[in-house]
Design a protein around this ligand. Structure first.
Ligand code: G3P
Length: 217
């Protein structure tokens, strides 16, 4: 499973990329706001840090304007994936932009039927939002499983990008199901390394090592 980092924080992306933990990046208007940076400038900088896809989201809501914005974003770098909302106009824009050879990430997906439409429109990625479904007492992980089944039934090539990941358990769950990619904030990716038994075991080893009186270096 590929790891994308869900942030426009350049320092965090750089740190994770150096560790091999950033196969790509996803941004959205809220994350651009949080970064306090100009969208074109920060997106260009991110595209220079990671080799994989960097999602940059349009803000127009009508197909022709989405296409124009998408072309401008795609011109930033060859690894841009134009992010479009899962609306009828977004699907129209998806069709046009993918036919021009651009990567497209269809976002704000909350149902299996929406994911089916995105695949038929030729999306490169579909982004089902797990955490936001959990927020309203629905099961976001179940949606990933449904989309996996549907895409595999028909051989759709659209890649499942599990998004709105809030917990470390989400990561393991979508990996078991076979999501192609997950995107999570840097703090969730860092937490994947944590386990209380690792901490306790290390403390014991260090205590015992001190009692040997030895040094390795
Ligand atoms: O990739 C989509 C993601 O940014 C949404 O996450 O936590 O705002 O629902 P969240």
């Amino acid at each position: 499973m590929q790891f994308f980092v869900d942030t426009a924080d350049v320092a965090a992306i750089r740190e994770l990329a150096e560790l091999g933990m950033a196969d790509g990046v996803t941004t959205n208007p809220s994350l651009i706001l949080k970064s306090g940076r100009d969208i074109l400038e920060v997106t260009r900088e991110i595209c220079g840090i990671v080799e994989g896809p960097v999602s940059a989201e349009v803000v127009a809501t009508e197909a022709a304007a989405m296409i124009a914005e998408g072309r401008k974003l795609a011109a930033i770098a060859p690894n841009i994936a134009v992010k479009l909302p899962l609306t009828w106009d977004g699907l129209k824009a998806c069709r046009v932009l993918t036919s021009e050879g651009h990567m497209v990430n269809v976002t704000l997906c909350f149902s299996a039927n929406q994911a089916l439409l995105a695949a038929k429109a030729g999306a490169t990625f579909i982004s089902p939002f797990i955490g936001r479904l959990d927020d309203i007492n629905l099961d976001g992980v179940d949606l990933i499983a449904d989309i996996r089944t549907i895409y595999d039934n028909y051989g759709f090539k659209t890649r499942i990008l599990a998004a709105s990941i809030r917990t470390v358990n989400h990561v393991a769950e979508v990996a078991k199901i076979g999501a192609d990619v997950m995107t999570a904030p840097p703090e969730v990716i860092r937490k994947l390394a944590q386990h209380p038994l690792t901490d306790a075991g290390l403390a014991t080893f260090l205590k015992d090592w001190a009692r040997t009186g030895q040094k390795i270096l």
